[in-house]
Design a protein around this ligand. Structure first.
Ligand SMILES: NC(=O)c1ccc[n+]([C@@H]2O[C@H](COP(=O)([O-])OP(=O)(O)OC[C@H]3O[C@@H](n4cnc5c(N)ncnc54)[C@H](O)[C@@H]3O)[C@@H](O)[C@H]2O)c1
Length: 441
């Protein structure tokens, strides 16, 4: 590993347009590609986007962020970053950065379709001297596959007439603006010329660039994510163990972590989201044996079942009015992908309640989730009116205040609060417990 440290300032920004030559072309301008493209433009690197999603491109070209990612409103409104649909745009770029989706198939199997489609569409437009950076999260060996694809389908030779790197994105959604500039960038290459090109590019936006080979860089990204996935699974298992013994997981955790330098127990929660859930599959597809990753997956997947089952041991949801607060996969995002909330909804539905009211201030109405068919997105005050039971599926800002109001209006309503937003330090309680918790605080 070599560390490249630079504080050199970026050059002045050239005016950008879809037609001009660009230093960078971002292929796939979604939640990763768009913030990256905008960051390049803001730091003076001319960039253009290529995406197959016309609706997304129209919004970006009108100067509007198509999803929630704070910090970019001004730069996108300046319309210095355009998104086009014509793959020939890559010919006019010095560097092509691929940030398309890499989901899993229904099986434990990486779905490489988007990466393969990109190669098919841009392949004929690649030219000597360009650098291709793969930045989507990929299974080990994928960059090697891309190199072989280039060798087989073009006249370009990686390391001689063409340059290739794997440079993973490690931002957390909602923190892209800060993290793209502050996280060390990893550059995985197999030859010195590709390394020099990729390092020079990422030095334009960040201070620290670390270099290694393809597969190490691929594994760094996966290990970063899967470490969190397993860590949260353990926190969830500890929460269930504590509940079995009638103990309080939040108090136990606080005591375990407080002033003890070797404890970093995470809080329990509904652990999912497109990255954590699928990235475990990218490693697991290469192992036929039961292992810790599979156990973590099962543990995290079990949490909706656990919450419904254990609330039902305390109150009957049959013919009741149930509210689910939060539906996106994590706090304060509008990203529904791979959220466990729809699964929670389906388990609640099996209890035959009178009504299930979903409320998520960050999502549109109706909730765009096919498996729950046209579910209305309720304003939170209406969702909690005369409600019998509440599941806090996501810990969005504002839910503590909403539960305090519930304690006033429906003190006997049951709450399943794995995130501890009520600060009652219990996973299952009646709303009036918020008053007691406050009095004891
Ligand atoms: N979302 C995150 O927080 C995050 C963080 C780190 C890494 N990643 C990884 O980054 C990658 C992208 O994730 P995302 O969340 O931005 O996905 P996304 O779905 O938001 O964006 C992908 C974009 O690629 C476009 N696309 C698909 N096929 C295309 C093609 N053939 N040509 C051009 N554009 C095409 C899609 O229309 C979409 O806009 C994934 O591998 C993901 O695992 C995501």
């Amino acid at each position: 590993m070599t560390i490249h440290d630079s504080t050199a300032s970026a050059p002045d920004a050239p005016p950008g347009s879809a037609e001009s030559r660009h230093e960078v072309c971002i292929v796939g301008t979604g939640r990763v590609g768009l913030p990256l493209g905008l960051t390049f433009v803001e730091t003076g690197v001319s960039a253009v986007g290529l995406d197959v999603d016309k609706e997304l491109a129209d919004l970006v070209n009108e100067g509007v962020m198509p999803f929630h990612e704070p910090g970019y409103d001004e730069i996108i409104a300046s319309r210095r970053f355009h998104v086009v649909h014509d793959p020939s745009v890559v010919t006019r770029a010095e560097t092509i950065i691929v940030t398309v989706g890499t989901p899993l198939h229904n099986h434990i199997e990486t779905d490489l379709t988007q990466v393969q489609d990109v190669l098919e569409s841009i392949g004929e437009h690649l030219r000597p001297g360009q650098l291709l950076c793969l930045r989507s999260t990929v299974a080990p060996g994928t960059t090697e596959f891309v190199e072989r694809w280039i060798r087989r389908n073009t006249d370009l030779v990686v390391g001689e007439t063409f340059f290739l790197a794997f440079c993973p994105e490690r931002i957390a959604e909602g923190k892209a603006y800060e993290e793209i500039r502050t996280l060390p960038q990893i550059v995985g290459t197999q030859d010195a010329a590709s390394e020099a090109r990729a390092v020079a590019l990422f030095r334009r936006i960040t201070r620290e660039v670390l270099t290694t080979d393809y597969v190490t860089a691929e594994l760094v990204k996966l290990f970063n994510n899967i470490l969190r996935y397993v860590h949260f699974a353990l926190a969830n298992q500890f929460a269930m163990i504590a509940d079995n013994f009638g103990a309080n997981i939040h108090e136990t955790r606080e005591l375990a972590n407080h002033g003890y330098p070797r404890s970093f127990l995470a809080a329990p929660g509904l652990t999912a989201g497109t990255c954590l859930r699928k990235d475990f599959g990218m490693l697991n597809e290469w192992s036929p044996y039961p292992d810790m990753l599979l156990s973590a997956w099962k543990m995290n997947e079990f949490m909706p079942t656990f919450l419904v089952d254990h609330l039902c041991r305390r109150t009957d949801l049959h013919d009741s009015r149930v509210a689910i607060l939060g539906f996106s996969f994590k706090a304060d995002t509008d990203d529904l992908r791979d959220s466990l909330a729809p699964k929670l909804w389906r388990y609640v539905r099996r209890q035959l309640p009178d009504e299930i009211r979903i409320s998520d201030q960050n999502l549109p109405d109706p909730i765009p989730e096919p498996s729950i068919r046209d579910a209305r997105n309720w304003p939170i005050s209406e969702a909690l009116e005369d409600v019998d039971a509440v599941f806090v599926a996501t810990n969005h800002t504002g839910y503590h205040e909403a539960l305090r109001e519930l304690a006033r209006t429906r003190p006997d309503a049951w709450v399943a609060d794995i995130w501890n937003v009520g600060r009652v330090n219990q996973m299952f309680y009646q709303a009036k417990a918020l008053d007691m918790a406050e009095a004891n605080a």
